[in-house]
Structure formats: C-alpha cells, structure tokens
Design a protein around this ligand. Structure first.
Ligand code: ADP
Length: 259
C-alpha cells in the first residue's frame, strides 16, 4: 500500500477513537452538570459552597466546549443539512474571514443578486470556504487580492472534467481566487492527497477535507492554477429549486387537477 493510504487509514482510526471517547465524555459531563445545577439551587443559603460549586461547573462547561471541538474534528460527524441561502452564509462569514487575513491582503466579494440556495450543513460549508481562503492567503506571502465570487449556473451537459463528475442541472457555484504563487504541475496533481503539503507548518489536510465535504454535498470542484500567476478554485453545489418556481409548479399542478 502506498504510504499516504496507510497514513490516511491511521488518521481515520484515530479520528474514530477520538470521536467515540468524546461522545462518551459528553454524556458523562451532562450528568455532572445536571446534578451540579440541582445542587447549586440547594446551596443558595451557603455562599462559600455555592461559589466552590460554581467554579466546578465552570470547569465542566469548559470541558464540554473542548469535547465539542473534538467531536467536530472527528470526521464521523453527523451532517445537519438545511436549506441555506448561499449569500447569507457568505455574508455571515465576512468578519471571521477578514480576521484570518493579513493587512496586505485585500478581500473582495462579488455575488449575483439572485444567488440561489443549497441543501447543506452550514458548519461544513463554512469549513470549505475557510480552508480555501486560508490557502489563498498562504499563497500570497507578499500580499495580494482574494476574490470570492458566486453565481447560479446551469450545466447543459454532464461535467466530467472536474474532480468528481456531476450531472447536468442547476448549481450554485462559488469561486475563491487569489493572485498568489500558484501551483506547479506536481502540486496540482497531488493537491487532494491527504497529508500532501508544501508548507513548513502545513497538515496537508485542507484540500482533501474540502473535496470530501463537497462530494458529500453531491458537488464538485474545479481548479485552475498557474505557477507565478495565481489560483482559482470553483465549488459547484446542487441548487435548490427556488421557492417561487416551486409555488408556481404547485399552482399549475393544482390547476390541472381542478381543470
Ligand atoms: P496545507 O494547506 O496544509 O498544505 P492543503 O491540502 O490545503 O494542505 O494544500 C495542499 C497544498 O496545495 C499546499 O501545501 C499548497 O502547496 C497547495 N495549494 C493549495 N491551495 C493553494 C493555492 N490557493 N495557491 C497555491 N498553492 C495552493
């Protein structure tokens, strides 16, 4: 077996164990916090004991936060999909995105006003955008510009050239492009390989996570990159039929029945 496959399998096992332990800890902490809160009510007349117990409860809450982070790191997380307006998701991330950038990087947004909705897990979608943005930043050590663009697209034919073929249909596409160092041929080829990195501090898990998440959402990715010129990564996600069109279709069906 290739080294990276073995490594990926190990990561997977570690993830699963960490996820399992975190899950059990979560239940244990719920018991501690539950009884602690009952005791706190009973200790109202004893300020010193109440203070001590509050300190314990605070520590338990911190542990709960930590366990939550571990759970969300482990890959076997449950997807919670909802119908989301892509525009609202991107807008909601602006502050967070601006925070991971440096002063010498300009961030631009450009989306079509009629931008549609997707059936997606918000946290996972944010993770995709965040990973792409961090990579764009890292590709521009001397500064530059990142553009996040989004629009609705209709694919007349199946898209087979992408990393995962997707069928013809209605999609929402968003693109993160940078004016950074770009990728050579070798890097482009190995981009989605788990643990492949050219960075000193890199994990090599960013793009493989992105691809995994996009696939889980029945979408795909396109990557254009030229060494010295920059990189453009486009994400396609199936678009939900818009509410107006749905209502019209419904009315037409009812009309057909009535008529
Ligand atoms: P990491 O960022 O930890 O290295 P990734 O899987 O996210 O892991 O990326 C793998 C490699 O792909 C990076 O080390 C880098 O060489 C290359 N890469 C990814 N995104 C870009 C980009 N926007 N511009 C240039 N190279 C990139």
């Amino acid at each position: 077996l290739e080294a990276h496959v073995v490594h990926a399998q190990k990561m997977e096992a570690i993830n699963r164990i960490a996820g399992g332990i975190a899950h059990d800890f979560n239940n244990i902490l719920a018991v501690i916090i539950g009884y602690g809160e009952l005791m706190a009510d009973a200790l109202d007349g004893q300020p010193q004991l109440r203070e001590d117990l509050d300190a314990m409860l605070e520590a338990a809450e911190r542990a709960k936060t930590l366990v939550g982070q571990l759970l969300s790191f482990s890959r076997r997380q449950i997807q919670q999909r909802a119908r989301l307006r892509l525009r609202a998701v991107l807008d909601g991330m602006r502050t967070m995105l601006a925070r991971v950038l440096r002063e010498d990087i300009e961030l631009r947004f450009d989306y079509a006003p009629e931008l549609g909705s997707v059936q997606a897990d918000r946290g996972q979608l944010e993770q995709v955008v965040m990973n792409l943005l961090v990579n764009a930043r890292d590709a521009m050590p001397e500064g530059g510009r990142i553009e996040v663009r989004a629009r609705n697209v209709t694919l007349e034919d199946d898209l087979n050239e992408a990393w995962e073929p997707i069928p013809a249909g209605e999609y929402v596409m968003f693109t993160v492009s940078d004016t950074g160092v770009g990728m050579d041929k070798e890097t482009r080829r190995r981009l989605f390989e788990p643990f492949f990195t050219t960075k000193e501090q890199g994990t090599g898990l960013g793009m493989s996570t992105v691809l995994g998440l996009v696939r889980q959402h029945e979408g795909t990715l396109e990557v254009d990159s030229a060494a010295g010129e920059g990189t453009r990564v486009s994400v396609y996600l199936p678009r939900c039929a818009d509410a107006l069109a749905e209502a019209e279709a419904e009315a037409a069906r009812e009309g057909a029945v009535l008529g």
